[in-house]
Design a protein around this ligand. Structure first.
Ligand code: NAD
Length: 451
């Protein structure tokens, strides 16, 4: 099938490459000329395991096309996927300007019938807005009854950054919101290669499909904030959240997934999607108490590591206690296996350290370029080439992201390199008792032993 994607980011590029890899012919349109030029040269703009070879192979075999020419894209695909960003507006609601701009572009150039697919995460009612936008432009181009027909489908994306390629190749569900049986047929044909072992396609009305995406992300964010709340209580009552985690996860109704305490969730999805659903609810006069609490707990949790740092160095007695000190920071991306820094906990920590006059020596296996782009050049941030070099001359080590190669470090080297044997671990990577035996002051989340 011939398919066009608008927005070649974490979602658009991965889905386009996986669909091309299954044999479809996919045109990728982006307004970022630099990104498109780089993709044509084989430079992949994001880090995502397994992505580079499928982009290269399918570009070489002519099943993936990269362009900034929207008219070419409109004429190319019978299915037109909108996969542009939906960042939070000032009040937290989803900003639809990029989505509606693509709708307008499609309507400006279409000469034959199209199925327009909302792949971006968009609030309930967006498909109607996309339809209205297309209708409005078509009315200016064609006499009444002469315009090509179109249908808008909601097909939210559930991939996870860090395992996006395998998530798209082996999705656990494919949600299709449509009121058109023709559109449903085409969507089923598109996804047939990914729907072989058992039925994964769930067809529903458009509004339910739009809400399904928010409900999924809000449920996951709720699990994280719930565990962080438990961790904070555990710490105060003298319990160990890791024992509690094992104790509750063994109940199959609860399960072990997504109940890890830590220094808060980040990324481009959970924070913005929780806020957007709060706004949707507020807009219809419903106060979503749980979602507001999820957001508030996460905000507090992102300051947790700095709280420990303040406590350890006595910042409340001496506001200059960490002025001039250097903190080694391991892990900058919002989670492992991605270079994405959007709403990362590391950014909140670094801001707090800088405000208190401290310096940061940071290392991340994949997010160094992105950190440079986001933070710019500043005297109080040095990006280091290895996790070991980040330790040199530092006063303490802080861990914000649980990358696999941080799990078994050379503790002897850490001790030798730091001027204080103290580790602030936002991801509970080590055992507090073992760390004590090794002579470290070790702070982690929700384990009374460690604080
Ligand atoms: P992104 O910021 O990585 O990519 C968006 C791309 O859209 C950019 O390359 C930008 O240049 C391009 N763009 C903007 N306007 C355009 C236009 N008019 N025409 C063509 N291209 C245009 O975004 P993302 O992370 O891929 O997210 C896209 C959507 O998918 C969002 O709604 C997001 O919530 C949702 N989503 C993201 C994830 C994720 O893990 N990142 C997962 C599921 C759903």
């Amino acid at each position: 099938m011939k398919v066009t994607f608008y927005g070649i980011g974490y979602v658009g590029l991965v889905q386009a490459a996986v669909l091309a890899d299954a044999g479809h012919d996919v045109c990728c349109v982006d307004i970022d000329q630099n990104k498109i030029d780089n993709l044509k040269k084989g430079i992949i703009p994001i880090y995502e395991p397994g992505l580079t070879p499928i982009v290269e192979d399918n570009y070489a075999s002519g099943r993936l096309h990269f362009t900034t020419d929207a008219e070419f894209g409109v004429n190319f695909g019978e299915l037109q996927f909108i996969a542009v960003g939906t960042p939070p507006d000032e009040d937290g609601s989803a900003d639809l300007k990029y989505v509606l701009k693509v709708a307008e572009t499609i309507a400006m150039h279409m000469t034959t019938s199209k199925i327009v697919v909302d792949k971006s995460t968009v609030p309930v009612g967006t498909a109607d807005k996309v339809s209205a936008q297309i209708e409005q432009v078509l009315n200016t181009r064609f006499d009444s009854g002469k315009a090509p027909t179109f249908s808008v489908v909601s097909n939210p994306e559930f991939l996870k950054e860090g395992s996006a390629v395998s998530d798209c190749k082996r999705p656990d569900r494919i949600v299709i919101g449509t009121d058109s049986s023709d559109a449903e047929d085409l969507m089923r044909e598109l996804y047939a290669p990914f729907n072989r072992n058992h039925e994964k396609i769930i067809v529903m009305d458009i509004k339910s499909a739009e809400l399904t995406k928010y409900a999924a992300n809000c449920m996951l964010a709720t699990k994280i904030s719930f565990m962080n709340e438990m961790a904070n209580i555990a710490e105060l009552v003298g319990a160990d959240i890791e024992n509690v985690r094992h104790g509750i996860g063994s109940d199959p109704r609860i399960g072990y997934q997504f109940i890890y305490p830590g220094c808060g969730y980040g990324g481009s999805c959970f924070p913005k999607d929780v806020q957007a659903l709060v706004q949707t609810a507020d807009g219809i006069g419903y106060e979503s108490q749980i979602l507001k609490a999820v957001e508030a707990v996460n905000f507090r949790q992102k300051h947790k590591l700095f709280e420990y740092i303040s406590k350890h160095f006595g910042l409340s007695e001496n506001p200059n206690a960490i002025k001039g000190k250097t903190f080694a920071l391991w892990g900058l991306s919002f989670k492992p296996n991605t270079d994405d820094m959007r709403a990362a906990s590391s950014l909140v920590l670094m801001e707090a350290l800088w405000k208190a006059g401290a310096k940061v020596q940071a290392y991340d296996p994949e997010a160094m370029e992105e950190t440079q782009r986001v933070c710019g050049n500043r005297a109080d941030l040095t990006l280091m080439g290895t996790k070991e070099s980040a330790l040199k001359g530092a006063d303490a080590l802080v861990i914000c992201t649980e990358w696999q190669n941080f799990r078994a470090p050379d503790f002897g080297l850490i001790k030798e390199s730091l001027s204080n044997s103290v580790i602030f671990d936002g991801r509970n990577m080590f055992e507090p008792l073992r760390m004590k035996k090794k002579g470290f002051d070790y702070y982690c989340i929700g384990r009374a032993l460690s604080v």
